[in-house]
Design a protein. Sequence first.
Length: 316
Amino acid sequence: MIDLEGYRVEKATQDNLKELIPLFSKAYGKAPALEELKNKYKTKAFGLENCGFICFFGNEAVCFVGAVPCFLERNGQIIRGAQIGDVMTHPKHFRHGLFHKTAAILFDDLKQNGIEIIFGFPNLNSKPGFKKRLGWEFTNDLKVSIFNQLCLPFIRLKSILPFFATILTKYQDLVLSFYAKKPYEYKSLLGRQFFTIKRNENLFNYKLNHRKSYFWNINGKLVWVKYDEMYVYIGDIEDCELPEFQSIIKSIKKRAFWLGIPHLRFNVSGGSKLKKFLDATIDEDPDKDFAVGGLIFKDGVSFDELKFTVADNDNF
């Protein structure tokens, strides 16, 4: 426990995570199920677990900064990383510097436990604070790329017949599950010359344990997807060459047609092999980026050497 000017800061545990449920509701207007939250921070397979600190005022949790550890790999070289994910402060406790002070405690704890790089995807409103007060470096934004297409008019049907929405969602889950395959360790299309989050059994078991996403095998290559009513989000594609990639996109479009989803969407690091393939193929490249930044504690590694996709975000 750490005293902090009238507040106290405690390391997250499986027992005290329940105190975050009211804080989620106050900060975001909704809260995850407790079991989902506990599963998210069961990360022993990555060397550390319950990575986060809770700031209390009395018995009420008023600030939290959490992280999910991971391994990043480039050509057999492994570094230990941690993604900063859940970040929240109770609205009544703004302007006390709680986030930055709690984050600094977490960052120091991660460093002391062997984490060599901290990274995250803060929104545009948060980016200046991360840069000025936490010293984060920003580079290699995630670039949004979108393919448009005709599809079955499910969105229109939902607006006309609201009771039909549940049936359509079950149908979409059925189609996605029909194509679903068990994932295996693979190299990302981001590019073998970059550090990327290691795609292996530990990562897949963790991700699929608390989030709904799917792996497809198209033309012998793994494709990682999830969806909402507007987008099939392509989380990642196994390393391949441009003709194979373009063939895979055509196959995904066909499946999206039957799912009634009008767009395919990628969020991908600029400069990556995948982004170059998208630039050579894309229907639409909107002017929309998502910040990527963090701190590096390991000598000889820079953010230019790291690449990510939307699947690397803790909410995918």
